[in-house]
Design a protein around this ligand. Structure first.
Ligand code: IPE
Ligand code: IPE
Ligand code: MG
Length: 246
């Protein structure tokens, strides 16, 4: 099949590019249902779409992409869906790791690796090790991730390290999160029309700009990502202060 030609996009029009984009990749199930397919087919289409969005982030010059792949609450789904998702993650790592590496993608994991299948744990660890010196795009995969669990984990580590209360600053606290050393997300995108944060980066996204679209994740393509970046570049971020023109 002939590959559809990529539409030319005016990248110079994006005056302020977000350094860190985070995406709640939602709507796989409804995408499948709309087509009379099982939910897992939606997850498969979602994984394929992730490939396209990673390519687009590299093309557009985004430095950090964080994706919400599996939440601590997603364990409440039926066993068959969970095992389907785990297979998709495993296969995606098997099939894509070399290409991601060649592209200069540095893989990070946010969340708790314990509690997932040891084979998959091992693949994730090897992927992180293999790509650790790459610097074109940092790809944070939030997998078995929850914002509350992350904060709780940080507090436990801080207590275990014997940090005195008066020593604890926002900066030090941030260094105990899975995103240690990375800037906060500038833009959080949620697909599928839901308007909630669903336990995603609840500390780090305190001042992120939000972009919500009704598009289901498997259909959220390069051009819509471009639209989100363009919209971001027109936002005025005030961080609680007054606009510059005041
Ligand atoms: C997002 O799609 C993928 C995961 C949560 C793993 P959903 O599976 O939540 O799709 P909907 O929201 O049911 O359509
Ligand atoms: C958020 O989507 C989690 C991921 C995209 C991995 P959900 O579909 O799990 O969120 P809720 O349940 O609609 O809030
Ligand atoms: Mg959902």
């Amino acid at each position: 099949m002939a590959r559809r030609k990529k539409k030319a996009l005016d990248l110079a029009a994006i005056e302020v590019l977000p350094r860190h984009v985070a995406i709640i990749m939602d709507g796989n199930g409804r995408w499948a249902r709309q087509r009379g397919l099982p939910r897992v087919a939606g997850h498969r289409a979602g994984a394929e779409n992730l490939r396209r969005i990673i390519n687009a982030c590299v093309e557009f010059g985004v430095q950090i992409l964080t994706i919400y792949a599996f939440s601590t609450e997603n364990w409440d789904r039926p066993e068959s869906e969970i095992s389907g998702l785990m297979k998709i993650f495993t296969r995606a790592l098997d099939q894509e790791l070399d290409e991601l590496h060649d592209q200069g993608v540095c893989l990070h994991h946010l969340g708790d690796l314990n509690g997932i299948d040891p084979t998959l744990q091992d693949k994730v660890r090897r992927g992180i090790e293999k790509t650790k010196d790459n610097n074109r795009l940092i790809l944070n995969v939030a997998f078995n991730y929850g914002g509350r669990a992350e904060i709780l984990h940080a507090v436990q580590q801080i207590l275990a390290d014997g940090i005195a209360p008066e020593m604890l600053t926002e900066e030090l606290f941030s260094s105990y999160l899975f995103t240690c050393g990375l800037p906060d997300p500038d833009l959080v995108i949620r697909t599928s029309g839901e308007l909630r944060i669903s336990n995603f980066l609840i500390w780090q996204a305190a001042y992120a700009e939000l972009f919500a679209t009704p598009t289901y994740w498997p259909d959220f393509g390069r051009e819509e990502l471009y639209d989100a970046l363009l919209e971001y570049s027109h936002r005025e971020r005030r961080f609680g202060a007054l606009p510059e023109s005041t």
